[in-house]
Design a protein around this ligand. Structure first.
Ligand SMILES: [Zn+2]
Ligand SMILES: [Zn+2]
Length: 360
């Protein structure tokens, strides 16, 4: 009887560690990993015990599984990408109008850990992942950069897989539309919603702005239709008015093409594919000379760019459409950050990036 119990522990301990590691990275809940870890420590011992008794095959399987999980766990470890070639040239000129302004619209947080965000991040480093939109006030029409969580998030979330919801500890705040209404913002001033990409947490609030154009690249528009569960919430927004734009202008800060939204250099969009096929970075220049780079989910936390650390393997596999392209975009942005440290990096889910921006 004892060896049967040992065999079961040997077999389930290792996979539990793998699952537990994702759970603790995503939710910061230590208990499952601690339990799984205890089982996994027992696993090699019990595997040897099983070996010595009668079932060599099971003993060998348990040992192999433990080895595989050990390799799996190393994918959370720090592994900086090689330093990119230095970026040349000056900061591109911009003439933002004097009345232009930028605000943050926090719509909630997800409780996660640094280990979820980038390789080398600690499991014990709890971080609230921002679900924050930004409002650009511009005399030629205001822009929302992403929308964060909208009024309908409770009815939208069931469109996501159960496993995803189980790993997502969401704290809802005030939807962007409510914040604009409370501040007396004139909706007719909204030129559009400029998406960094079409994932659920960026498009949820588009439903609250009927008739407002959703500015999107052709690649991302296709991804909305063909992206499976990961763009289900975007597809659920009935009557979304997509407006596809091109990158008609030349290179910008090392990115091959660009789109100057107002023609004054104040809001310039560049392609940064990988996380999704049509992901973009939005560069914003303010009249007080401050500059921002809204990098969307190119990195979930700023260390992704400043330390050139990708997402850990399980997160890359599940969240990124093309990890090799993410790497390329990440290195282009890392070169920008190194050359122009005065540009504030604003990963969509890093609260530190928004810290210098006023609320409405
Ligand atoms: Zn995303
Ligand atoms: Zn996101």
């Amino acid at each position: 009887m004892l060896w049967i119990a040992a065999m079961i522990i040997a077999l389930i301990g290792a996979p539990l560690v793998a699952i537990g590691s994702i759970g603790i990275a995503a939710r910061g809940t230590a208990l499952p990993l601690a339990l799984a870890g205890a089982l996994a420590c027992l696993a090699p011992v019990t595997a040897v015990a099983v070996f010595a008794r009668r079932s060599r095959r099971i003993g060998a399987a348990a040992l192999v599984m433990n080895l595989a999980v050990a390799v799996f766990l190393t994918t959370y470890g720090s592994s900086p990408l090689p330093r990119p070639a230095p970026l040349g040239g000056p900061l591109p000129p911009a003439s933002p109008p004097a009345t232009m302004a930028l605000f943050q619209l926090p719509t909630g947080v997800i409780h996660r850990t640094a280990a979820f965000g980038y390789r080398g991040g600690a499991f014990s480093d709890r971080r609230d992942f921002a679900m924050t939109a930004a409002l650009v006030k511009h005399p030629r029409g205001d822009l929302l950069i992403d929308t964060g969580l909208g009024r309908d998030i409770a009815t939208q979330l069931p469109l996501m897989p159960a496993a995803f919801r189980a790993l997502t500890d969401l704290d809802r705040g005030r939807p962007a539309a409510d914040q604009l209404d409370a501040a007396g913002h004139d909706r007719t001033r909204l030129r559009g919603i400029l998406l960094t990409h079409a994932h659920w947490d960026h498009v949820s609030g588009t439903a609250d702005f009927p008739g407002v154009p959703v500015l999107i690249t052709a690649d991302e528009r296709r991804f909305v239709d063909q992206g499976g569960w990961i763009t289900a919430i975007a597809r659920s927004v009935a009557g979304a008015r997509y407006e596809v734009y091109d990158f008609e202008a030349g290179p910008y800060l090392g990115f091959p093409r660009s789109h100057d939204v107002f023609g004054d250099g104040s809001v310039v969009v560049v392609p940064a594919p990988g996380h999704t096929p049509g992901s973009v970075i939005v560069f914003v220049a303010l009249p007080d000379r401050r500059r921002f780079a809204f990098v969307g989910d190119l990195a979930w936390q700023r260390e992704g760019i400043t330390e050139r650390e990708e997402r850990p393997w399980p997160m890359r596999r599940s969240a990124d459409d093309d990890p090799a392209q993410v790497r390329d975009s990440l290195l282009r942005m890392a070169a920008v950050a190194e050359r122009f440290p005065q540009i504030t990096l604003v990963p969509a889910h890093d609260v530190r990036g928004f810290a210098g921006l006023p609320r409405l």
